[in-house]
Design a protein around this ligand. Structure first.
Ligand code: IFM
Length: 448
């Protein structure tokens, strides 16, 4: 059977600044919270070089071209533009992105830029991060600067990548490492998320005030959540987690409002977030033009007394062909979440902004790369299935263009279509999966 995609559907791949650029101490870039974390002995990887994309961006755009990608999603590093987060602009940082965009556009590759991919300026992390109005205002100034400088060439923008991971995984993890209690940290997570969504709405407002000819949205990590058993407690825990992970972020992004049930649950358990009527108006008046969906696999939840206040635990299995780095391989669940979004949120335009897999360390010409082909094929089939059933899915970005720094997991996880020789000279080689994807793009589909 031939799986074919409509003419308006675009194929691409995604990356993020911190995971590929390196050059963290060059050309005036300011520090982010991760720079501090990577100095700690528990996390061994070195982000100062990463894939050295900062110096090899021309070669990398050449590879994107060779793959035939129609669009490329990358992120801009806030502290390259404003080293302190606000205040003095860094012309060298702006120039780097100017050069990258020039290279992309002249190769006919459409850029989609993410403004924030887990890289809060250290100076702002230290003053309470997104809970502090100064961070919120500085982000909207940074966003405006990017729109003014690059908006003539970049038509597609995402404000934030995966707010839930930024807060519920990263912020939570960092604060717990300081031996702080969940009862203290969780309300901060919710207030941070509230500040982050205000910053998102302000960025959208300035995008529209500047009358940029393009579309702006947000990128969420979304997936069906299942109880591990049919016990009432597990079912309730799964519902709470689903309400938090999916409903909370979807409702804020697409309806500009908080979902009542889980909002009330949090008000009663943690007395957060603190929200004003003005904030709610801001969110309502500045909804996304499109929704970016990052999909890796479903979550399986059991009830637990350990995790305050959601009282849940996530079930995981050892890695295998059917259980990739962080999730079970389950393409049908991509279909399910796409149809849920379509049904419950008035049929928004959707881009799959990330989908991909790592099965741990991988050599060049490894059978794990064959598994990647199978993974992408099965997920693309479900994307087509959702389109056929009415979901407005218009793009698909493989995570990721090239093997890179997988945050605290370092360089051992390999999600790339391109192999990078981290043990040697960082030489790039297109993997078999990259060649296969390239054919899919050329043929606008594949045989299944
Ligand atoms: O590498 C990350 C990316 O930064 C955000 N989404 C998930 C990817 C794989 O874990």
């Amino acid at each position: 059977m031939k799986i074919e995609f409509p003419d308006n559907f675009k194929f691409g791949a995604a990356t993020a600044a911190y995971q590929i650029e390196g050059a963290t101490r060059e050309d005036g870039r300011g520090e982010i919270h991760f720079d501090q974390l990577f100095k700690m002995p528990v996390i061994k990887s070195d982000p100062t070089i990463a894939c050295d994309h900062y110096h090899r961006y021309k070669e990398d755009v050449g590879l994107i071209s060779e793959l035939g990608l129609q669009t490329y999603r990358f992120s801009i590093s806030w502290t390259r533009i404003f080293p302190e987060g606000d205040g003095k602009l860094n012309e060298k940082g702006l120039k780097f992105y100017d050069d990258l965009i020039k290279e992309l556009v002249s190769a006919g590759i459409e850029p989609l830029a993410t403004l924030y991919h887990f890289d809060i300026p250290l100076s702002f992390y230290d003053i309470g991060g997104w809970r502090n109005q100064r961070t919120v205002s500085a982000f909207s100034e940074y966003a405006k600067t990017c729109f003014e400088r690059f908006g003539d060439r970049i038509k597609y923008w995402a404000t934030f990548n995966e707010p839930a991971v930024d807060q519920y995984s990263i912020y939570y993890m960092i604060e717990k490492m300081k031996s702080r209690k969940a009862k203290e940290v969780f309300p901060e997570v919710l207030n941070n998320l509230h500040g982050l969504f205000k910053a998102h709405a302000l960025a959208i407002k300035s995008f529209r005030d500047l009358d940029i000819d393009g579309k702006i949205g947000i990128v969420l990590n979304l997936y069906p959540v299942y109880p591990i058993s049919d016990s009432e407690k597990d079912i309730e825990a799964a519902k709470r987690y689903d309400d938090f992970l999916n409903t909370w972020h979807l409702s804020l992004s697409l309806k500009g409002e908080y979902p009542k049930e889980i909002f009330n649950y949090y008000s009663e358990t943690v007395n957060a977030p603190k929200v004003t009527d003005n904030d709610l108006d801001l969110l309502k008046e500045n909804k996304s033009d499109f929704l970016g969906v990052n999909f890796y696999g479903p979550s399986f939840v059991r009830s637990s007394i350990k995790n305050f206040p959601l009282k849940h635990d996530i079930y995981k299995e050892e890695r295998s062909r059917e259980w990739a780095n962080n999730a079970k391989v389950s393409p049908e669940d991509l279909y399910k979440i796409l149809m849920r979004i379509d049904r419950e949120y008035d049929s928004p335009i959707i881009y799959i902004t990330e989908n991909g897999c790592s099965f741990g360390d991988e050599q060049l010409y490894d059978e794990k790369d064959e598994w990647r082909i199978d993974y992408i094929k099965r997920h693309l089939r479900e994307v087509k299935h959702a389109i056929a059933d009415g979901a407005k899915v218009e793009r698909y970005y493989v995570w990721t263009l090239m093997d890179n720094l997988e945050w605290a997991q370092g360089f051992e996880e390999k999600y790339g279509l391109i192999y990078v020789d981290f043990a040697g000279d960082l030489k790039r080689t297109i993997k078999k999966s990259g060649c296969w994807y390239s054919e899919v793009i050329k043929n606008r589909g594949f045989d299944f």
